[in-house]
Design a protein around this ligand. Structure first.
Ligand code: SF4
Length: 470
């Protein structure tokens, strides 16, 4: 989701004549879109911004800004941590970033023109964190603009809609359908940083997908904090179908679109109309990423997740009945405060019972300003790590066994282009979202649906050869 928001901001700059550069040394504006899910992510963003302050030495006009969740939750306070910072823009204000940066930059460049040869140095010095070091920075060289905008803004969910045109053929794209979350999971900061659920109109989303397809995109992933709750407060049910199922049907009709994915759904509001959609909408891929978090009802309650594990299991069963080749992946938090050995064993048993195709297993770490961080029965690191390793190993074995079964089969794969790890090979994904590596001509095959004979697997990755059709 952050990546999608960053793309939107980047595109507003490209639309107005700026050039995007992968080299921070030559940038006139440096923006970091921040995540607050873990304290570690915040520390990393602060460290990185601190280190980049050195670019002011050669290029005094450079504008520095934080956007996103940490900007939203910390606001003004960030100027104390990073004195060279100019801009703090929250999660409902991505569409304003360009105007702020452009005006700071113009003012700064004009001022410099007026003052060529007359650098005013009055000796104001402030200490600043740069990576692990505290260094002295001369503030008079360029005084930070210090703009903060973290207010709520009605309709902000409708502003994440533009995409950066890609030089190479683009096979797939992410489409943001909503913003915010009304849940209150005790480990999560998102409701504070992203606000309440707000959905975009179906017609706008369809228009965006249609435009992507006209540029060659074959697969879209619909994004939301809880996608299946899309539009529930804004749009009515029609024929017993939720707004999300109505949206899936509308997107499914787009000619040229081959595949639809969505992430992430939540057990609350995962109803039979969505299960049934997998029986009559063939473009829906045979994969859901369905966060379980814990297999223990006691821990789910402490996490403030308002359902029992039985419900989660029942949805998985119904989904497998609706789409027999369905792959299910999940998120699990291990070592949550108060997690006993028995709770942990319940999680382990659930993971085995469902037989996830893959899991993202997170060792619980405190997230400041959340109820879970204040819970007294925090686990020691050694216990968390032991349980983490046990889950990782079990998941690794399940994933390897599932992937090994695909050897010898022919899979329909959407070719995404050269593989990131070896540019000589191509990579794509099956409908179950499994990565396949194969040889071929990138120019001709990228964006194409191919039949690939699977010949090998190394745990998480499949290897194969494209079938030649006469
Ligand atoms: S459902 Fe829970 S974990 Fe997900 S965004 Fe909302 S509060 Fe956070």
């Amino acid at each position: 989701m952050n990546e999608r928001d960053s793309e939107q901001v980047a595109q507003t700059f490209a639309d107005r004549g700026y050039t995007l550069t992968p080299d921070e040394k030559e940038a006139d504006a440096i923006l970091i879109n921040t995540c607050s899910v873990r304290d570690q992510a915040e520390q990393k963003a602060l460290g990185k911004m601190g280190i980049m302050g050195k670019y002011r030495e050669q290029r005094e006009h450079v504008v520095f800004g934080f956007m996103g969740c940490m900007a939203q939750s910390r606001g003004e306070e960030l100027f104390k941590r990073v004195p060279h910072l100019d801009l703090v823009v929250g999660t409902q204000k991505y569409h304003r970033v360009f105007d702020y940066v452009d005006s700071i930059l113009s003012r700064r460049l004009e001022t410099r023109m007026d003052e060529v040869g007359a650098e005013m140095l009055t000796g104001r010095v402030e200490e600043e964190v740069q990576g692990d070091e505290i260094v002295k920075v001369n503030l008079d060289r360029v005084i930070s603009a210090r703009v903060v905008d973290t207010e709520d803004e009605e309709g902000s969910q409708n502003t994440i809609k533009d995409h950066i045109p890609k030089e190479q053929q683009q096979a797939k794209a992410f489409v943001s359908i909503m913003q915010g979350c009304n849940m209150r999971c005790s480990f999560c900061i998102v409701p504070d940083t992203r606000g309440r659920e707000r959905g975009r109109p179906i017609s706008d989303i369809v228009e965006e997908v249609r435009s992507l397809v006209s540029k060659g995109v074959k697969e879209v992933t619909l994004l939301g904090q809880i996608v299946n709750l899309y539009g529930r407060t804004e749009f009515p049910k029609v024929d017993g179908k939720s707004p999300f199922v109505q949206l899936l049907e509308a997107v499914h009709e787009i000619e040229g679109l081959e595949r639809i994915r969505f992430t992430s759904p939540h057990p609350i509001g995962y109803r039979d109309d969505l299960v049934a959609a997998f029986t009559y909408l063939p473009k829906l891929c045979s994969h859901i990423h369905f966060p379980m978090q814990s297999g223990s009802d006691r821990i789910l309650k402490r996490m403030q997740r308002p359902y029992k594990n039985e419900k989660f299991l029942a949805i998985c069963e119904k989904m497998k009945a609706a789409r027999p080749d369905l792959a299910i992946t999940t998120d699990v938090i291990v070592g949550f405060p108060g997690e006993t050995e028995e709770d942990f064993q319940e999680t382990l048993a659930c993971m085995k019972m469902i037989g996830f195709d893959n899991s993202f297993i997170f060792r619980y770490s405190k997230r400041k300003d959340t109820p879970a961080a204040e819970m007294e029965d925090q686990l020691d690191e050694a216990t968390k790590e032991r349980r983490n390793q046990e889950l990782l190993q079990m998941q690794g074995e399940m994933t390897s066994a599932k992937n090994a079964k695909l050897i010898g089969t022919v899979q329909r794969v959407l070719c995404e282009g050269p593989s990131k790890s070896n540019k000589e090979t191509l990579c794509g994904r099956t409908t179950q979202n499994k990565i396949v590596i194969f040889n071929g001509d990138a120019e001709r095959m990228t964006g194409q649906m191919l039949d690939i004979k699977i010949e090998d697997s190394t745990g998480y990755t499949l290897y194969g050869t494209p079938e030649v059709h006469q």
